[in-house]
Design a protein around this ligand. Structure first.
Ligand code: ARG
Length: 268
């Protein structure tokens, strides 16, 4: 009798502990501030929809950074142009979307420390004679509206040139090329390389032009004056230092990131 009583009390204490643990974990998730994160998930491998879920390098990185900084995130795929409006109107807390940090955008937004190096690149049919950005003159070029790809093409063809076909997202720009409505697409190197590789049936190749296309760096974008920037800069630096960034990078790109180039840029 005595024994079974103590067994009973152990069971009761155990149950209480389990209940407490459940309550505890519920509280700890509820205790973290949930941030509204917006993206344009039509830019694989950085952000894209996979069976209804937003996925990609940017998403994995952001989840690691959120964890490090002690926040939770609610990701919303809202498209490229709306993303700038939502951040400017402070309807969302931050945007991650392979967004290049540049002077023009810095006038209206704050950016985190840079987290990825990129440059524009040309995507053309395998049999195209386009070998450089200069060769785009006289050709129809499809771009995603409001990107650095559009700006890079405008520098060569001229602003508002009729041969520049602007699309709401990069997938539509590539479709235009595939269907023959454009001779080339200009977009971020990683994105066009990945597309050509993953869609061999489309018979496309990529053309680089280091003389005409600058080196760019992606950053997380915040409303001007957001006090989240400090936390995120710190967390991004930590995940780069502690190897988490390299792990995520390897998962998506198969090789080691060039952390030296990134760190140099971060010090600027
Ligand atoms: N890096 C380029 C820019 O900032 C293109 C980014 C497009 N990103 C996207 N998720 N659609 O202009």
């Amino acid at each position: 009798m005595k024994l079974s009583k103590s067994i009973l009390s152990i069971v009761v204490v155990g149950l209480l502990a389990i209940l407490a643990a459940c309550g505890g974990s519920g509280n700890s998730t509820g205790g973290k501030e949930k941030l509204e994160i917006v993206t344009d998930a039509a830019y694989a491998p950085f952000e894209y929809m996979d069976k209804g879920t937003i996925t990609g390098f940017d998403i994995d990185l952001m989840n690691a950074v959120l964890e490090e900084a002690g926040y939770e995130g609610d990701f919303k795929n809202i498209g490229w142009d709306p993303l700038f409006a939502e951040i400017q109107g402070e309807k969302a807390d931050l945007a991650i979307s392979a967004i290049t940090i540049n002077e023009e955008r810095k006038e209206s937004f704050d950016f985190s420390t840079p987290y990825f190096e990129s440059t524009n690149m040309i995507l053309v049919p395998e049999d195209s004679d386009i070998k450089s950005a200069e060769d785009l003159k006289g050709k129809k070029v499809a771009v995603q509206n409001g990107t650095t790809g559009q700006a890079a093409v405008e520098k060569i063809l001229g602003k508002n040139h009729k041969n520049i076909k602007k699309f709401e997202n990069n997938t539509l720009a590539i479709m235009e090329l595939v269907q023959g409505g454009a001779d080339a697409v200009v977009a971020d190197n990683t994105v066009v390389i990945e597309y050509a590789k993953n869609n061999p049936d489309k018979k496309l190749k990529t053309v680089k032009d280091e003389n005409n296309f600058d080196s760019e760096f992606y950053g997380v974008m915040f409303p001007k004056g957001s006090d989240l920037k400090a936390d995120f800069d710190k967390a991004i630096k930590t995940v780069i230092e502690n190897g988490t960034y390299s792990e995520i990078y390897k998962e998506w790109f198969g090789d080691e990131p060039d952390l030296e180039a990134l760190k140099k840029q971060m010090e600027k």
